[in-house]
Ligand binder design. Structure first.
Ligand code: CP
Length: 314
């Protein structure tokens, strides 16, 4: 594996899950593996979990992790090829990525979408410019369209809580939000859940259809209560409209999951990537109750990152 930017295959997915679980039971198992190596974690957007879990993962492998908050501490980057840089940008991505590539053995990058330029976002333009010019292996810390480290941690969590069930019913449900939220977590969750062979139902209000490239093979159900029947795992996430790109069409509070919504899914576990807006996107009673796996998912972010970095190191 050279880069880690998306789901590749069920075989690799399972290898990463198994390796992550072995690191979870013995975090310092491969302490010598990354000695003398450096990972650069470049953030163009805020983060809590991704930033800290990736640093811990690198340290568990004996690696040095350096974080650069490019949005606040770096020069303003020019992304367009051939630009005449006589406006606000100070450094071209060609130069910045090339320099970073010479400083690090692995580069990890977070670059959110604009949600205003659909073409650029769906082609993962900003993230792609880093990959193109840095010349070293790249790990996605969330791009415009995918969040694969989150999805791997989610699959590790599903694996741990499936209780031997070979094909659990997984439901991805839209939850209300007041801001326009990217599609990356929902896209990636669908990509990985389908790729790992689970039974996936996606439920959302009409007008919130995700990019079909990520949802092919899933059941799409506009009736949330029908979708939730007999679910083993319910993943809650908001996303803005994809077809009317980046727009909010609904903030309908009846979509926020409560215990009442899960009457027909007695044993369902509830997941969310965090951060979550409590009592808007997901209720306190679910988040603080026995069904919630959100803290387990966040913990698994360490071992997901550790398995990925270790596999890239070879
Ligand atoms: N889930 C997740 O990626 O969290 P952060 O944005 O805090 O890193």
């Amino acid at each position: 594996m050279k880069h880690f930017t998306q789901f590749e295959s069920k075989e690799l997915g399972q290898q990463l899950i198994d390796l992550a679980l072995s690191y979870k039971s013995n975090p310092r198992l491969d302490l010598a593996k990354g000695q003398g190596k450096r990972i650069g974690c470049i953030f163009l957007n805020p983060s809590l979990r991704t930033r800290v879990s990736t640093q811990i993962a690198a340290q568990n492998l004996g690696m040095e992790a350096i974080v650069l908050n490019m949005d606040k501490e770096g020069w303003a980057l020019e992304m367009q090829e051939g630009a005449i840089m006589n406006r606000g940008t100070v450094e071209h991505i060609k130069d910045a990525a090339g320099v970073l590539g010479s400083y690090f053995d692995i580069l990890a990058i977070r670059a959110f979408p604009s949600l205003t330029n659909r073409e650029e976002d769906i082609n993962d333009f900003v993230f792609g410019q880093f990959v193109k010019y840095c010349g070293v292996p790249v790990v996605s810390l969330e791009s415009a369209i995918r969040h694969p480290l989150q999805s791997l941690a989610d699959q590790i969590t599903i694996n741990e809580f499936s209780k031997g069930k070979r094909k659990p019913k997984v439901v991805l449900t839209w939850g209300p939000h007041i801001k326009a939220i990217p599609h990356a977590v929902a896209n990636s969750f669908a990509e990985w859940t389908l790729g790992m062979g689970h039974d996936l139902t996606i439920t959302h209000p009409e007008g919130y259809e995700l990019d079909e490239g990520f949802t092919k093979g899933a059941t799409i159900e506009f009736d949330q209560s029908k979708a939730l029947e007999d679910a083993d795992f319910v993943y809650v996430k908001n996303w803005s409209s994809f077809n009317d790109y980046g727009k909010i069409h609904s903030t309908d509070p009846s979509w926020m999951l409560t215990e009442k919504h899960l009457k027909q899914a007695e044993n369902a576990k509830v997941m969310h990537c965090l951060p979550v807006r409590r009592n808007l996107e997901l209720s306190d009673e679910i988040l603080d109750g026995a069904r919630s796996l959100v803290q387990k998912q966040a913990e698994n972010r360490i071992y997901a990152a550790q398995a990925v970095i270790s596999t890239i190191l070879g």
